[in-house]
Design a protein around this ligand. Sequence first.
Ligand code: ZN
Length: 185
Amino acid sequence: MNAIKNASQDIGIVIEALAFAAHKHRDQRRKDANASPYINHPIALANVLANEGGVSDPAVLCAAILHDTIEDTETKVVELEEKFGSRITAIVLEVTDDKTLDPDVRKQLQIEHAPHISPEAQLIKLADKISNLRDILTSPPADWSIERKQAYFDWTEKVVAGLRGIHPGLELVYDTLYARRAELR
Ligand code: ZN
């Protein structure tokens, strides 16, 4: 009975994170030519973690779903803490860029910080890079040149270098996508 109760609590908080993130991102679109709903991206991360990585920790799945709420919506830290608790909020904050900094500085800081963040945050970073390479290969931003796509691939490789060892299976998924760099057009 306890096992059933715990499993339904785990699913409950993950669904709550989905509902919360869907609401917060409701007016945002991705940069692909079809302008996909933004929420597809956090859902893709959770899907990579759960179904390709076998990750079952609900805190990791929730933080993946919530990973862009602080960075890209008006969500406040205290709001996440009240709804999802301090552990999930701390993981989200570890993967949140400081948007007051220049994009190039933010990119450099991701490379430098990757080896020092928590294992939970490292898993989310890795899933984020997997999901973004996939998007660039299959439905890239309409206005990105081949050089910009290649530069993005190369930057992710430097971030992922700092995450190596966290999950060999997902690292192989990443490597297989990176190997398709020559397909970029
Ligand atoms: Zn992301």
